[in-house]
Write a protein that binds this ligand. Structure first.
Ligand code: AHG
Ligand code: MN
Ligand code: MN
Length: 322
């Protein structure tokens, strides 16, 4: 069987050894997280950690483990100046003078699904640091050097994209614990059979979103009928959307009027991957990658997926705004 390149080899070839080493660290951390998830039932890593994070959310033990592991592995990489994590209030600075990268991540996405053996993930974005770290990571998503996610499941897959290059690549964790190339060029179908939303919030969505989903259910779009899929782990709902097409939407709600998902380490990395795969990502009216962030934990509404659905909803939201 032909040799499969590891994610570090692939990134080194495409974007240089400096970035390759950062991906190698993320791969090692992800492999450790996958092992903890796989063996969680045999050890004491299920359940709440007993602390609340900066988001005001109960931290799960695996949230803390994943965060610690990513910080430990990335802290060894001399070209990484700092990390910004969903789990920490501010950047975690490393003593790496002149380091050029910052890594921004959601260490464990889908925490509510950890204890029920459903897919969870890690989402990350890599930014170039020039001067102040927070300033650097708040720049628009179009400045991302690279972005990716790992979805832990029956198989564990890492999907990545580069800010300045075309293409989306997929790597599968092999029996030796390496992420090896399994999809060299992933593209999102132009339209999909699925829409994905937490419809328990529908009554509090802006009307344009309610109309959009009602229309998908009753008439479909461009002659295609739709089915609903909602896993509740963004990374898994996104991965299915990338492979099968369709749209994931987390609109503004009464509880989260500016959106629930985080711009820097959920929406932006996935928006880069979606666009590089031929899809689209907006907050309703505006392209996610154009949004400037005011703070590292800023939240946003997110509509991401195939062009047909995202553009149709974007037109509705813009129309409603007139
Ligand atoms: P996290 O576990 O990192 O806090 O993220 C959870 C997010 C995301 O994974 C998912 O799409 C969303 O929360 C689900 O929210 P609801 O339970 O409100 O649908
Ligand atoms: Mn998350
Ligand atoms: Mn998380």
């Amino acid at each position: 069987m032909a040799y499969r390149r590891t994610v570090e080899e692939f990134v080194t070839e495409r974007a240089g050894a400096e970035l390759g080493v950062v991906f190698a660290a993320i791969a090692v951390a992800s492999q450790g997280i996958e092992r903890q998830i796989r063996l969680a039932g045999l050890s004491d890593v299920y359940g709440a950690f007993g602390a609340v994070n900066v988001q005001g959310e109960q931290q799960q033990k695996l949230d803390v483990y994943a965060n610690d592991e990513l910080i430990a592995q990335l802290g060894k990489v001399k070209s990484v100046a700092a990390v910004v994590s969903e789990e920490d209030e501010g950047p975690v600075m490393f003593d790496h003078p002149g380091a050029e990268f910052a890594v921004i991540f959601d260490p464990l996405d889908g925490s509510s699904n950890i204890d029920v053996n459903v897919n969870v993930g890690t989402i990350f974005s890599i930014a170039r640091v020039s001067g102040d770290v927070v300033e650097s990571v708040l720049k628009p998503g179009t400045e991302q050097i690279a972005a990716g996610y790992v979805v832990y499941g029956p198989s564990t897959v890492m999907v990545i994209a580069f800010g300045d290059k075309d293409g989306v690549a997929g790597f599968t964790l092999d029996a030796e614990g390496r992420f090896v190339l399994t999809s060299e060029s992933m593209t999102m179908p132009p339209q999909g059979p699925y829409y994905s939303a937490n419809e328990a919030n529908a009554a509090s969505w802006p009307v344009a979103y309610q109309e959009f989903v009602k229309t998908l259910v009753s008439e479909g779009l461009a002659g295609k009928a739709y089915s609903a899929r909602y896993i509740g782990s963004l990374v898994a709902d996104f991965h299915r959307t990338l492979l099968k097409g369709g749209v994931f939407l987390y609109p503004p709600t009464e509880k989260a009027p500016t959106g629930k998902l985080r711009l820097l380490y959920e929406a932006r990395p996935l928006a880069l991957i979606a666009e590089k795969a031929g899809g689209a990502a907006v907050n309703g009216a505006t392209r996610i990658l154009d949004l400037k962030a005011e703070g590292i934990h800023e939240r946003t509404s997110l509509i991401v997926g195939s062009k047909a659905e995202v553009e149709a909803l974007n037109r509705l939201v813009m129309g409603a705004a007139k």
